[in-house]
Design a protein around this ligand. Structure first.
Ligand code: FES
Ligand code: FES
Length: 230
């Protein structure tokens, strides 16, 4: 985590964002429920402190704002996609405190004190994460809309199960829909990433001269994560 904190309301707004004050929640106008009444009557702000991809953000968010909207509209992290907004498609999948979640079903205010990983946080120093590289190598996408969610689902799987079977990959991705039908290639990409990450861990272990039993097949950020929350 970086030392500095950033104000949620102190950063230039991202794509589609509005100005200060109450923000849209769930894609609806704040005034949509009862025209004429002030939005603040229905959207009280809640103070939150969140770590997102290693950066700490502090500020206030409307109590009804989802984590997906928060990430996209306030932080400009539009890699997280919004499809169904009702927990069916998986396009909005992110990792919250080590567990895969649908960010369209999680309130940003409920994440106070939490740690969020999005697809934007995977690459390191201009090098794609092995899961991202595997998706490219296997051409595991067509339109790409579902891809960030698929990548986060694979990342969450490999964090807790570094060497999954094809059946485990399919089960882990069951909550992520792909309208383009790229499923076979997505599974191949997940298995390729697992092999790459395990190989890298073994190489690193042999360089250190240890017995290779370390759990380095994870992403190096603290070992196996918790089980998916969905
Ligand atoms: S947008 Fe969240 S599950 Fe579809
Ligand atoms: S690549 Fe188009 S929805 Fe999956």
């Amino acid at each position: 985590m970086r030392d500095e904190e950033r104000r949620i309301d102190g950063r230039p707004d991202g794509p589609g964002a509005e100005g200060g004050g109450p923000r849209r929640a769930g894609g609806r106008s704040p005034q949509g429920a009862v025209p004429g009444l002030p939005a603040t009557a229905f959207h009280p702000s809640v103070a939150v402190r969140l770590e997102v991809n290693g950066e700490t953000w502090v500020g206030e968010v409307p109590a009804t704002e989802t984590l997906a909207t928060f990430l996209r509209d306030r932080l400009g992290l539009t890699g997280t996609k919004i499809g169904c907004e009702e927990g069916n498609c998986g396009a909005c999948s992110v990792i919250l405190d080590g567990a895969l979640v649908y960010s369209c079903l999680v309130l940003a205010a409920a994440c106070d004190g939490g740690r969020v990983e999005t697809v934007e946080g995977l690459a390191r120093e201009d090098r794609l994460h092995p899961v991202q590289e595997a998706f490219v190598a296997e051409d595991a996408l067509q339109c790409g809309f579902c891809t960030p969610g698929q990548i986060m689902a694979v990342k969450a799987l490999l964090d807790r199960e570094p060497r999954p079977t094809p059946e485990q990959v399919q089960a882990a991705l069951a909550g992520n829909l792909c309208r383009c039908g790229a499923y076979p290639r997505i599974v191949k990409a997940a298995l390729r990433a697992a092999a790459t990450m395990a190989g890298g861990a073994e190489t690193a272990a042999s360089r250190r001269g240890d017995d290779g039993s370390a759990d380095g097949a994870t992403d190096g950020e603290g070992g196996t994560r918790g089980a998916p929350a969905r």
